[in-house]
Ligand binder design. Sequence first.
Ligand code: NAP
Ligand code: MG
Length: 488
Amino acid sequence: MAKQVQIKYTQLFIDNEFVDAVSGRKFSTVNPSNGKVIAEIAEGDKADVDKAVEAAKRAFNRNSKWRKMNPYIRGQLMHKFADLVTRDLEYIATLETLDNGKTYASAVEDVQASVATLRYYAGWCDKIQGSTIPTGDTSVTFTRKEPVGVVGQIIPWNYPFLMLVWKWGPALATGCTLVLKPAEQTPLSALYAAALAKEAGFPAGVVNIIPGYGPTAGAAIAEHPEINKVAFTGSTEVGHAVMAASAKSNLKRVSLELGGKSPLVIFDDADVKEAAGIAHNAIFGNHGQNCCAGSRTFVHSKIYDEFVKQAKQLALNRKVGDPFDSKTDQGPQIDQEMLDKVIGLINSGKQQGAVVQAGGIRHGDTGYFVQPTVFSNVTDEMKIAKEEIFGPVQAILKFDTMDEVIERANRTNYGLASGVITKNINKALEFAQAVEAGSVWVNCYDAVTPQTPFGGFKQSGIGRELGEEGLNEYLEIKTVSINVTKSN
Ligand code: NAP
Ligand code: MG
């Protein structure tokens, strides 16, 4: 069962020190495999966010060590931080599995992806260039790309360490300072990241971590008059609240990475076994707790029955249990609330006439486990085809033509990701051009890399993370125009 591991940090991290919350309050973080408390964590709220913003402002002062640092050295600091993450990879992955319930193997992959992302952004530090702009010989005009300043970052629990790194990478590369709130369910790896940032040598106030609740600590960040930009990943509902808070306070820049109901379309020329494997991983990866999960599997009518058979078998083979056991494919959902939500949606699928091919109920009675569930005969108006389930539930829909499937794939307010499986390059490109989604994966799924922009169309978000585009969210562009007068 769960590994014994020492929890080293449980306090807020402000100005390079671990401190208690101003209120003195604490909250419990729970192991989702057994529902038991792992540790009591300092609970930050507005007063602590204010303190952290003060520290981040000092660190961003124009005469500060951070602002005066050669960008090359900033890159070296980021590499040093990546070295320390690599040194402590097993410990961080263990914290992640304990706090989140994801399998240890997938936690290791998350930390490896985090290192790759840090190194990618470390390389950008001294390559963020403005341009010179032709305005005629009587002037010289150039642009500077400057850090936006103090940024607030609010992240979810599904990839706690990786989401922190997606936020820190571009913020640090551009020279911003930051205040981050991890999700209440998963504060442990963020606090450890703070300790490593200090060890790497980041100046005081550059990174600050305030664990706490969304409506208190999170809202204090979104509303703060001296935070210049907020980056949020989580539900579309809270995304609306974050944007409204920006509008009501100081018009801080907002980037949002929200939910999805992503279509994965499988044409009749596909190898059915291979396609079923891709579709299985697309939905069951990370227990379905993935914003870009392939949660609507559209299968051509000619191969539908065979595909359902294969999908069912893959789900039945999936081993659910202790996430520290190397034979386990799927650990628990994050908490009781998500367990209830997922089971509620599964029940709605049954009531609305979808056919359960595998699973369909809770797994065991301890922890928050759900059986890998496959529904066939799913139709577009069913709740399981419309709402983000965020659980291990595959919904398989039937289609006949390209035009039909494009129209149905796009009939949603979401637009985060999509996939298409076919041997016909023309079909793949026609779909790729027509689908309303920030990513299109052809004959693969989840092809997310540090250098490729990621984000959503429509209500799946605003802005992009990763790649060069991810940097732009943290930069202001300043135009400098110089008059050149004729010398005599
Ligand atoms: P959530 O409420 O949107 O949580 C995301 C982050 O926002 C957490 O840190 C949360 O704090 C914080 N937050 C909550 N209310 C806030 C507010 N009023 N102002 C500022 N920050 C606030 O998501 P959730 O409750 O964990 O999950 C609900 C649903 O969101 C899921 O079922 C899923 O559909 C979706 N989701 C999407 C993603 C994604 O990657 N796009 C990730 C997670 C969940 P707390 O720590 O208090 O929660
Ligand atoms: Mg919440």
